[in-house]
Design a protein. Structure first.
Length: 479
């Protein structure tokens, strides 16, 4: 993973633009690009940023091999040898700043900022968005699941249904960051140090002449670690009675049946019955695990019905983000070098949502010192100085909606990650990211965090950014 060569993992138009810049002699001009998304996924009030670790590895390994060069020569006979020679020496030499993984983020604020030669800034757009969009999406979905089962044990079970191996592995990591406790994927566990968990499949039961024998043999192999899947034949009539029998046998030997897993039928009803039966048999420590196409809505519904489930295996719906399979993150050029200075650039659109915010910017989280809560995110020019107190915030569209926060802390969200092509950021472990994420969610008022119809959190522009945008919009209207 750390040494993966993904240099050609880009759209052909990036290489075409690089070629055209090279022909034009403008390939070394610098520019600033920002990655952001426009709309929260799943009707959520926020997203959980993820993807930076893979982006860092990707940038460190950028390098066109001889094989890549030969392939490009074959793909486009118009590419001149001089251009291919230039690619041979290609490295990422730019600066990159990013919000940390696990940060709660909002639409239209810069999440990653790239300052690089235009040649480099083009190449990396596709992969950056690919990593950020998927991992942020899955982390956000995981956060929603965690929100409805904050005290329970959450296991990520999605690998078999994920959109291929990368999605399974990086998705397991994203899920762990934002609330899951374990994954069933051992490779993800090995790469990132995520705890791994597993029960057994129906095939284990089917491979024996009787369910009882299957349960007994499994429990003998993994005493204290066995969670028995009770629905191969009939959960109530055979699975549970057999599991209880084995649980009592284990108890006699001083061992504990760890759990039973329900995987079909009415999970609320079955879990309530199962809890009663287990408790009556004295197996109070045996937990009830559920799986079967679960997501945050089903889990919340089951809890509402009084389900006695404390451990959840969540696969397909999480790893494929089934109700919204893509985060529409974009990467836009916001400033270009002209005579040694950056000139802000804008992308105008008939759709007001798609008009970009120009300039070499940064973003601060304005935390009210009196409440300790985040009040708004504030996008300012990178070289702007923020007031020490009394920061004036206004809605960039309905500008009459405003407020002043008197005592605040401004936390800069974009952190330096690459400087002149060097990775200068210590990549945190997934455990550190998880701890950071847990701190993040406490910084927001519950109305922004609820999963249904949350209140919009403010992402505001400084006066300078706002007036630069208005000025460029006026100029564009004249053209
Ligand atoms: N009490 C409940 N309330 C709401 N949804 C539930 C309840 N119990 C189960 N579900 C969910 O209903 C969905 C469909 O379950 P369904 O009963 O069709 O599956 P099944 O036929 O029992 O299982 P399978 O098709 O895997 O054999 C699943 O997503 C499941 O998690
Ligand atoms: O439902 P998910 O959230 O994706 O969780 C993972 C599912 O994978 C396994 O099923 P299996 O592959 O045996 O298929 P099944 O649907 O027939 O149980 C397991 O028993 C879960 O039901
Ligand atoms: O361990 C399990 O029970 C498991 C793992 C992956 C998918 N389904 C179930």
């Amino acid at each position: 993973m750390r040494h993966e060569d993904l240099t050609l993992h880009t759209d052909k138009y990036q290489i075409n633009m690089m070629y055209a810049h090279w022909k034009n002699g403008t390939q070394n001009k610098k520019c600033v690009c920002e990655a952001f998304y426009r709309k929260n996924p799943f009707g959520n009030g926020y997203a959980v940023f993820a993807g930076l670790e893979r982006i860092a590895y990707y940038l460190q390994n950028l390098n066109f091999s001889e094989e890549d060069i030969n392939y490009l020569r074959e793909q486009e006979e118009q590419y001149e040898e001089g251009f291919l020679e230039e690619l041979r020496n290609f490295r990422f030499t730019g600066n990159l700043a990013s919000v940390k993984e696990g940060t709660i983020v909002f639409p239209k604020e810069p999440l990653i900022r790239v300052e690089a030669r235009i040649f480099e800034a083009h190449l990396i757009e596709t992969a950056l968005l690919n990593f950020m969009n998927y991992q942020t999406l899955i982390a956000t979905k995981a956060a929603r699941v965690k929100q409805v089962a904050p005290e329970d044990y959450l296991m990520e079970f999605g690998t078999r249904r994920a959109q291929e191996a990368d999605a399974a592995i990086w998705g397991a990591r994203a899920a762990y960051i934002a609330g899951f406790d374990a994954t069933s994927n051992l490779l993800a566990g090995k790469y990132f140090g995520i705890p791994t968990k597993g029960t057994h499949a129906h095939s284990w039961v089917q491979s024996f002449a009787s369910e009882e024998d299957a349960f007994r043999k499994f429990a003998e192999a993994l005493p204290d670690q066995s969670t028995l899947l009770v629905d191969t034949y009939d959960s109530m009539k055979s699975g549970l009675p057999n599991a209880i029998k084995i649980g009592l046998e284990l108890k006699d030997k001083g061992k504990t049946l760890k759990g039973i897993r329900l995987d079909s039928g009415d999970l609320a009803y079955l879990s309530i019955q199962a809890r009663k039966m287990l408790d009556e048999a004295g197996l109070n420590d045996t937990v009830i695990v559920a799986s079967n196409d679960l997501d945050e809505d089903v889990i919340s519904e089951l809890k509402g019905q009084g389900a006695m489930i404390t451990s959840w295996g969540v696969g397909t719906q999480l790893i494929t983000a089934a109700d919204q399979p893509a985060l529409g993150g974009v990467y836009k050029l916001v400033a270009r070098e002209n005579n040694g200075e950056y000139v802000p650039t804008i992308k105008v659109s008939g759709n007001v949502e798609k008009v970009t915010t120009p300039g070499f910017k940064t973003v601060y989280r304005i935390v009210n010192e009196d409440t300790g809560k985040a009040e708004a995110d504030y996008i300012a020019m990178e070289d702007e100085k923020l007031p020490e107190k009394d920061i004036y915030l206004f809605d960039p569209v309905e500008t009459y909606k405003d407020k002043t926060i008197h005592r605040f802390q401004a936390q800069e969200l974009l952190q330096p990650v690459f400087k002149d092509g060097e990775l200068i950021y210590d990549l945190p472990t997934v455990h550190e990211i998880k701890t950071y994420y847990n701190g993040q969610i406490k910084m927001f008022w519950p109305e922004h965090m609820r999963k249904l119809n949350p209140q919009t959190y403010f992402v505001d522009l400084s006066k300078k950014v706002w007036s630069t945008k208005m000025e460029l919009l006026k100029q564009a209207a004249k053209n």
